[in-house]
Design a protein around this ligand. Structure first.
Ligand code: UDX
Length: 441
């Protein structure tokens, strides 16, 4: 059955979820407070780089299954399910900042009526306990408005997302699982039924368990990466090859081959933020999350590993020119949040180098991130990978975009090349340049 869904927030999670629900046949209202963005979305213009999303969105628009608005009253009154997909950025102390979530609850509570029953679904990653707190909070707002039996007018549900950037549409349409947490099982079943057409494995839980599944999943994947990076660093000293070690481990199905690629660390909008938030939550309940703290500290160190490797061959970078290939936190996205390229470029600049950086899609975001380095004339963003390389003494590969796989070896001659993602074959590279990679002899 087609349902009426509002999605609050048209960022990457909200827009993908809203467009995909509409593609599945539901009637979706996407709400954002940014007028300009809403105007663009109405015309089918996708403001982020996400493969396949424009196609899904234009189909949903032409079928009349999705519309966009800035009007909370309209969105709340014309929907039965209200998904919250607003940002939960990290505060200075690592905790999640719930300002946007709280403000969404307030706006929704303003328009819930005496006869209504609304299902409010948290898609945003919120600290464990937020769902139950939200129930009290929204009920108190309704009570203030004089709404009768406020607890019966809505239910709060947790339905965390597991969408990878660059593969978000695919992950939505073919989920490994759909997790729905609610203290009222019938309502959880209603939310699960929104995904019926996809026939995913469904796990129905209580509220805090669903919230914890999201954090534990991301923390575990981040742990795998820090683990393999630490193994890589040991491999290097002992002459072992981490890529083969990872394969040998991963063929054991209890371990699996995924997320065992050693490199220069993880970035992005989720892993660093979620692990830090989980550490913060654990400390609030007087637990000492030692393992999780190490996941972060190993990662921070790993990001600078390519620079250390470069220094082995060029001990002083003063006045030297260094090319950087890849700035986004991973391929297939223009997202630079927590990208390893940020500390790498800054460290190079701090050591006196002049940096020439290239990325296939992230240059616009890079311009904002590196505004100081650009102003100081220490960094140049170029639109061709060889333009960055030509006049440089060294190259650091930070993001393994497909277009870097193919390389004109002659252009590498005489240079120091640090491959931060083990993209190239050492035996070939060593014929042309001084080659370093991560965890390989
Ligand atoms: C992640 C989760 O995968 C997704 O389920 C969650 O909802 C949001 O966070 P995303 O941040 O888009 O998705 O990126 P992902 O593909 O998981 O990669 C995260 C980071 O880990 C990247 O910087 C990537 O380069 C790094 N990584 C990943 C490794 O260094 N090694 C690996 O083996 C895998």
């Amino acid at each position: 059955m087609d349902r009426r869904i509002a999605v609050i927030g048209t960022g990457y999670v909200g827009l993908v979820s809203g467009a995909c629900f509409a593609y599945l046949g539901h009637k979706v209202i996407g709400l954002d407070i940014d007028e300009e963005k809403v105007e663009k979305l109405r015309k089918g213009k996708v403001p982020i780089y996400e493969p396949g999303l424009d196609r899904i969105l234009s189909k949903a628009l032409s079928d009349g299954n999705i519309e966009f608005t800035t009007d909370y009253e309209y969105a709340v009154k014309n929907s039965d399910f209200i998904f919250i997909a607003v940002g939960t950025p990290s505060r200075e102390d690592g905790s999640a900042d719930l300002t946007f979530v709280e403000s969404a609850y307030r706006s929704i509570a303003r328009y819930i009526g005496d006869e209504d029953f609304k299902v409010i679904v948290n898609k945003s990653t919120v600290p464990v306990g937020t769902g139950r707190w939200a129930r009290e909070f929204i009920a108190s707002l309704l009570r203030e408005r004089g709404i009768k039996e406020p607890e019966k007018r809505f239910e709060v549900v947790s339905n965390p997302e597991f969408l990878r950037e660059g593969k978000a549409v695919e992950d939505f349409m073919k989920p490994d699982r759909v997790v729905v947490g609610a203290d009222n099982r019938d309502v959880a079943g209603l939310v699960a039924s929104l995904y019926e057409k996809l026939q995913p494995p469904i796990l129905i839980t209580d509220l805090p368990t669903a919230e914890m599944i999201k954090y534990a999943s991301n923390a575990f994947l981040a742990t795998k990466i820090s683990f393999i990076n630490e193994i890589a660093n040991i491999c290097e000293k002992l002459g072992a090859d981490v890529t083969v070690v990872a394969r040998g481990m991963g063929l054991d199905h209890r371990i699996s081959l995924h997320f065992l690629r050693a490199g220069c660390g993880f970035g992005g909008s989720c892993f660093p933020k979620d692990v830090k938030a989980l550490i913060h939550t654990a400390k609030e309940v007087r637990e000492e999350p030692e393992l999780l703290e190490s996941v972060i500290s190993v990662n921070e160190r790993q990001k600078l590993r390519p620079v250390e490797k470069l220094l082995k061959h060029i001990p002083s970078l003063e006045g030297r020119r260094v090319a950087v290939w890849g700035l986004s936190f991973k391929p297939e996205t223009d997202d630079m949040r927590e990208a390893p390229s940020i500390p790498i470029v800054r460290e190079l600049v701090k050591r006196g180098a002049y940096v020439l950086a290239y990325d296939p899609v992230a240059l616009e975001n890079a311009r904002k991130v590196f505004s100081e380095e650009l102003k100081a004339g220490r960094l140049e963003l170029v639109s061709d990978k060889y333009e960055a390389l030509e006049s440089s003494d060294a190259l650091i590969l930070v993001t393994e975009w497909d277009e870097f796989k193919e390389v004109d070896f002659d252009k590498l001659k005489g240079k120091v090349v640090v491959d931060g993602r083990n993209l190239w074959e050492p035996s070939i590279m060593k014929q042309f340049c001084t080659y370093e990679s991560i965890g390989r002899p």
